[in-house]
Design a protein around this ligand. Structure first.
Ligand SMILES: [Zn+2]
Length: 292
């Protein structure tokens, strides 16, 4: 049976911690019927599957899945598109870690599906007409199968850490511009997502915190979780949606209240006094890394 390897589970957790929706690593039934996908491992693949033909895929073929599907980022397909365009530029620039990425299937405009394939050359342009329209609402990333045990978070991380921009290469400026635009968009999206803010529960006041640490930080706190604005908003959204009382949750797992408006605070307080639906002591709905 196909399994999800720890390195891809780590990547999925990281994506979620940054406000992304994880749509999965292991292929669903439809993928299994087709038997071709990087979402499948050896026992579910046809022998002629494109995802097991290259030298690197043959060398690393196990029952591990080797692809991830990324959904909306901070509740927005636009932010997912910005990230995806950035990721393909990173691949084309052969940035550290990207040599393990076989292909990226995505959209840059919400209308056409593009596919970049490292097998065509690292600098090759993405092409249309190679994948179905489900990729208008999610981005697919395949990794060469010989990278199963190599960490993958480092490929995504620069997007979420704008101060770590590498300078000096040919298209550094273009990459930087894409990233800064994406970063600004993410902050805006994280704090003022239209559909999430209709009740006025979340505040924009935390946007000036460049490192996006809003509370419950792991810095100097041996049992903490590092929250971003986006993950703090996502955390409170979970609590509000489920109507939970969080008073029993370990303080070091809480994101603090900086992302809440007065209305948001009032709602949190009301739940803390009236809800009998208690979140457990180790409540961690986003699966964020806990520094023990
Ligand atoms: Zn996929």
């Amino acid at each position: 049976m196909t399994y999800s390897p720890p390195t891809l589970r780590d990547l999925a957790r990281y994506w979620v911690s940054k406000g992304g929706v994880n749509l999965g690593v292991v292929g669903d039934t439809r993928h299994q019927v087709l038997g071709r996908s990087y979402h499948l491992g050896r026992s579910n693949l046809r022998t002629d599957a494109y995802s097991r033909q290259t030298t690197r895929d043959r060398a690393g073929l196990t029952d591990a899945a080797s692809a991830i599907d990324l959904g909306r980022l901070n509740g927005s397909l636009g932010h997912l598109r910005t990230f995806s365009v950035w990721l393909v530029k990173q691949c084309q620039a052969n940035r550290p870690g990207t040599s393990d990425i076989r292909e990226v299937i995505y959209t840059d405009d919400g209308k056409r599906v593009l596919r970049w394939d490292r097998e065509r050359g690292v600098k090759s342009a993405p092409r249309t007409g190679e994948a179905d329209n489900s990729h208008l609402t999610h981005t697919h990333v395949s990794f060469y199968r010989d990278s199963e045990k190599r960490p993958k978070v480092g490929v995504f991380a620069p997007y979420f850490a704008p101060n770590e921009l590498a300078a000096g290469d040919d298209d550094g400026a273009a990459v930087q511009a894409t990233k800064i635009i994406g970063f600004a968009g993410r902050i805006l999206g994280a704090v003022l997502p239209e559909e999430d803010n209709t009740e006025g529960l979340f505040s924009g006041s935390a946007t000036n915190d460049e490192v996006l640490i809003v509370g419950g930080t792991a810095a100097g706190n041996p049992n903490g979780v590092t929250f971003t604005v986006a993950s703090a908003v996502a955390w409170w959204k979970e609590v509000f949606a489920a109507g939970l009382n969080v008073t029993k949750v370990r303080p070091t797992l809480l994101p603090g209240s900086k992302v809440l408006t007065e209305a948001g605070l009032a709602k949190a307080r009301a739940l803390a006094t009236s809800s009998t639906d208690f979140a457990p002591e180790d409540y961690n709905p986003l699966g964020l890394e806990v520094v023990a």
